[in-house]
Write a protein that binds this ligand. Structure first.
Ligand code: NAP
Length: 294
């Protein structure tokens, strides 16, 4: 990559950012498309976030991604946010406008796009079960509800967090929500009602690859689509066990790629080559997995 006086810049702000695949993804897009842009990761302390955003603005950055733990905190430094980001309560993408940065959330839309592309699954009229009620669950649940899901059941350890997402889905979007705990007596029935089951907990994520959401995977049935938004490892224990039950399965790589593609489109107006990046990231993740086994 040649950086010169005409290079334009995008960034990711987070803490940590060392694990992020976004720099590889966006810099590869820029190279493949022969665009004179570069994407830089910045690890920043929470108390310097305002100065960081101001710095990006003053230096002419075209935009940025925001990752943990700043997706909510960033909002007060922006000139506005999209209605979807407002419902989700979090921003993962900044887009440069005339008077400051505008906030978007591409996580939920990235998840939906991946479902459509990989499984031709559309949420309209479908019953969905979401495991977990953290930041990504919020983006997934709200986007599924906006896209017409019939009912969303949220299973989480902290019921209060599940209830808060349920409140937004019911009151602000008008879609039915049910909240359950892992110990719920009726959990088996609730799980079996779902046409789509989505794990948004980090259980099973590297390095704790034996982790599993605390439910009996033998309850899963072959007519269900089971998605784990974890992408490292590419096939979690949850997905392996779901496949053994005959379920269709999907990992989190498509969501990761699509949230990035959507941000890239907003910054540049260009649609980048999705299949090429999938091969590159898959190779990188497989390499990391085999290095860990050595
Ligand atoms: P988060 O905000 O910290 O939420 C984690 C959720 O998992 C919480 O609801 C938490 O329950 C639950 N949980 C955590 N440990 C648990 C345990 N031991 N037992 C039961 N429940 C547990 O995290 P996040 O940002 O949503 O990320 C979650 C996962 O999604 C991570 O693996 C991340 O890598 C992945 N992710 C993937 C993508 C993608 O593009 N594919 C995007 C974003 C995130 P409580 O509410 O009770 O604490």
């Amino acid at each position: 990559m040649d950086i010169n006086g005409k290079t334009k810049f995008a960034a990711i702000l987070g803490n940590p950012v060392g694990h992020s695949l976004s720099p590889v993804m966006h810099n590869t897009f820029f190279q493949l498309l022969k665009m004179n842009y570069a994407y830089i990761p910045f690890e920043i302390d929470a108390e310097k976030l305002d100065k960081g955003v101001e710095g990006l603005w003053n230096l002419g950055f075209i935009g940025a991604n925001i990752t943990i733990p700043f997706k909510e905190k960033i909002i007060k430094y922006l000139v506005g946010i999209s209605p979807e980001a407002r419902l989700i309560g979090a921003v993962n993408t900044l887009v440069r406008k005339d008077n400051g940065f505008w906030g978007e959330n591409t996580d939920g839309k990235g998840f939906l796009r991946a479902l459509k592309q990989e499984k031709e699954f559309t949420p309209q009229g479908k019953r969905v079960v979401v495991l977990g009620a953290g930041g990504s669950a919020r983006a997934v649940c709200i986007t599924l509800a906006l896209d017409g899901a019939e009912k969303i059941t949220i299973v989480n350890r902290s019921l209060a967090k599940g209830k808060e997402i349920g409140r937004v889905i019911e009151k602000e979007i008008g879609v039915g929500a049910k909240i359950a705990g892992w110990e719920d007596k009726g959990l088996k029935t609730l799980i079996q009602e779902g046409e789509l089951i989505v794990n948004t907990t980090p259980l099973g994520m590297k390095p704790n690859v034996m982790g599993l959401p605390p439910l009996n995977t033998q309850w899963l049935t072959k007519d269900q689509l089971v998605v784990d938004i974890i992408y490292s490892p590419l096939e979690t224990r949850f997905l392996k066990e779901a496949a053994q039950q005959g379920c269709q399965t999907q990992n989190g790589l498509g969501m990761l790629i699509n949230q990035g593609l959507l941000a890239f489109e907003k910054w540049t107006g260009v649609i980048p080559p999705a299949e090429e990046i999938r091969k590159i990231l898959q190779k990188q993740l497989a390499l990391e997995e085999s290095n860990n086994r050595c």
